[in-house]
Design a binder for this molecule. Structure first.
Ligand SMILES: [Zn+2]
Length: 347
């Protein structure tokens, strides 16, 4: 597909439907993240206004089958959703130390349920909210799984999104989590995944979206950024827009997730998402971002990471659609940016 052509909605619906039916063998190594891949498909179809292509009951049953919720909750163990059947093995009632629910899988599972309009009054979230505290570290960050793993902003975001969806914040010490997020803001205004690391578009999204979900950032915060703030919003906007130096939005119209890197489809969502939450999205060149995204649109439907790649992948296809939704493409349902679920889930 040439970049001069328009947004091909039907072809993207076709691509997502194919992914719903059967994932290509290249995704075998991602088996452990199956519920995350399912989130990209279901939410992608929702953005496209085509949720009618899936059976919502079937999807809900499948997602709920990954919920680990034993009768007795062991202290120190996190009970959330498993990412796939292999991480759920053996299928008995006991949940072994290494057979654990994962924060990212739990977020994706709940986001799918919300997307399809599942009635959460039927959902017993107590196992999640009562056990998530065991994942929060003394510095306020989260590990994703109770048997130990890296802790960084990604999992602080997942924890905040989970609390927001189940409307129960018992599993998180918000003050500690907020202080951890603040400690990740770098000297240039962006956020690194951990304190002291290089600013990165994805990490910056996780920081800003989590603060918004936690109630620490008002909608459209940029309009008030001169007030004293817990994070340096003026510096953050400078990082996101780079108006005086070189622009975050590169000459090809796309966004770079890190300085001096090539524009990449997924950063269109991460960086534009940050600007949208701060109410500063009007300062980007919408048309040139649209042309960049179109240059990554695949002739088979979906999006590739870079314009010169032909093959689409599910991750960049989803974030390409999410970014198109944010730039206001006609016929698309935009995401509620900070949550990753559309404004009118279940319709
Ligand atoms: Zn990417």
């Amino acid at each position: 597909m040439e970049s001069g052509e328009g947004f091909d909605r039907e072809r993207h619906v076709f691509f997502m439907e194919m992914m719903y039916e059967l994932l290509p063998s290249e995704y075998e190594s991602e088996e452990i993240n199956r519920i995350t891949l399912a989130y990209f498909v279901v939410s992608g179809l929702d953005i496209l206004g085509s949720l009618d292509r899936v059976s919502k009951d079937q999807v809900a049953r499948w997602v709920l089958s990954f919920y680990s919720r034993p009768d007795v909750l062991e202290p120190g163990t996190f009970y959330g959703f498993h990412g796939s059947r292999t991480s759920q093995h053996p299928a008995n009632k006991a949940v072994s130390k290494y057979n654990a629910g994962h924060l990212a899988s739990t977020y994706c599972a709940l986001a799918i349920l919300k997307t399809i309009g599942y009635d959460f009054s039927n959902f017993d979230s107590n196992a999640i909210s009562a056990s998530m505290q065991y994942l929060q570290q003394p510095n306020g960050s989260f590990i994703p799984i109770h048997c130990g793993a890296e802790s960084d902003l990604r999992f602080v975001y997942c924890a905040a999104a989970i609390c927001s969806i189940i409307n129960d914040w018992r599993g998180m010490d918000k003050e500690k989590a907020k202080n951890y997020i603040i400690s990740c803001q770098s000297y240039d205004g962006g956020f690194g995944l951990v304190p002291g690391s290089e600013s990165h578009g994805g990490a910056t999204y996780c920081a800003v979206a989590a603060l918004r979900l936690m109630g620490y950032i008002e909608e459209g915060r940029a309009t008030k950024f001169t007030e004293s703030s817990m994070i340096d919003v003026a510096l953050l906007l400078e990082w996101a827009l780079q108006p005086n130096f070189f622009q975050r939005q590169a000459s090809d119209g796309g966004f770079q997730g890190r300085s001096n890197k090539a524009s990449d489809t997924c950063y269109a969502f991460w960086v534009l998402g940050v600007l949208r939450i701060l109410g500063a999205h009007q300062f980007i060149d919408r048309e040139s971002l649209r042309s960049f995204l179109l240059s990554c649109q695949s002739k088979w439907g979906g999006f590739s990471k870079f314009p010169e790649l032909q093959m689409p992948d599910l991750y960049h296809s989803y974030y390409g659609l999410a970014a198109f939704g944010l730039v206001g493409e006609l016929g698309l349902t935009p995401l509620q940016v900070e949550l990753g679920v559309t404004m009118n889930p279940g319709t």
